[in-house]
Design a protein around this ligand. Sequence first.
Ligand code: NAP
Ligand code: MG
Length: 421
Amino acid sequence: MTGERLKISTNTIVREACVADRITVKNPIVEMDGDEMTRIIWQFIKDKLISPFLDIDLKYFDLGMRHRDETDDRVTTEAAIAIKEYGVGVKCATITPNASRVKEYNLAQQWKSPNATIRSILDGTVFRKPIIIKNIPPGVRSWKKPIIIGRHAYGDIYKSTEIVVDEPGTAELVFSPSAGSEKRIMHVHDFTGPGVIMGMHNTESSIRSFAKACINNALSEKMDIWFGAKDTISKQYHGFFRDVFAEEIDKSKDALQNAGIQYRYMLIDDAVAQVMKSDGGMLWACMNYDGDVMSDMIASGFGSLGLMTSVLVSPDGKFEFEAAHGTVMRHYYAHLKGEATSTNSIASIFAWTGALSKRGELDNTPDVVKFAQAVERVVIETVEQGTMTKDLMLIAEPTVSTYALTEEFIDAVAGRLEKVV
Ligand code: NAP
Ligand code: MG
């Protein structure tokens, strides 16, 4: 099904900035521009949904591929430091260069993923949250409320050492204390033939940061926290995660209780089964591998990449918001060829509203929070009343036969927003 283009008049849309009636945002937000199709969407959002309505001090960092290269990627570090300073950031999707991007942009080197750089400076945990819209039903019928995945993004198999052995021999686990005290040696296995071995680790401080970030985000979202591991089998390793997590929950007991937030620890298999049967509405804290796998399961269970937002939360309560998807390269190259595109801007818009809500909450400026909520409501109503981009048209129920182009969708939102704020 391809569908007809939806015709929307765009002539009334860009409201003249009228300084007098704009809402003042008290403290700055760190804005990070990005690449390709999302960079184009970014500008539309700013011009049509942000600048006309808000008097806001944006600390702008251009994380577009060319500017990162020109600054030897210093701009990414500067942006992360600014988020530390101001507490709230909003980021456009960016290219993570691979070999073909190095050629395409003639890069001085294959720069690191900006998200990885920012994450390591903020020591943050990434939470992914789907946007729920009535006529875009999740694949899993019971899911009515968002399920947020919090993935511990350090260690385990992602920082492991592996050996393939091709002869009989003994595998041991050895720990040599730096202070020179006696080594600890554990027997792993006596191989009588070929096999494979892996050594992995995690650190208490990383697990603590992860637990704190989950608690901060659950408080911010007012959602219960679930944590699952396999401590019946891995009594020490998974047991360590369970215990450290529980200690952090205990330290925040009062705050959690006051917010009506419950904590549930369960076996990971039980957690998986319970999530599938639930109506959603929980923050699911996952160990690294579980989070990697389960975030893709949750994303496809909810329907579309264009409806998945992402927030990086640091243990000391700094927040960076973005869309979970990438720069939508295929659409960008179609756009460069002069073809009309229908790229979904909802996750990028929600990155802005997430940042604005958080800014308003931290600044104690309810007008700003109300504005962000109004934008979100208007976006959802726009889709629920049948105006949507092609990716959503393909899965909408009841079916719709037309779709909006990239800019038309944002114009439709802006047109409605004018009437409500
Ligand atoms: P992508 O940008 O997520 O897009 C993959 C495909 O998913 C698109 O071609 C499109 O499918 C669909 N899609 C994703 N977002 C959409 C949206 N908003 N509206 C409509 N359709 C959407 O992944 P990619 O094209 O593989 O990656 C492009 C670049 O993004 C890469 O350089 C990668 O490094 C970067 N990336 C950045 C981030 C980040 O900054 N957080 C995250 C992931 C990837 P159709 O083609 O079928 O329409
Ligand atoms: Mg994955």
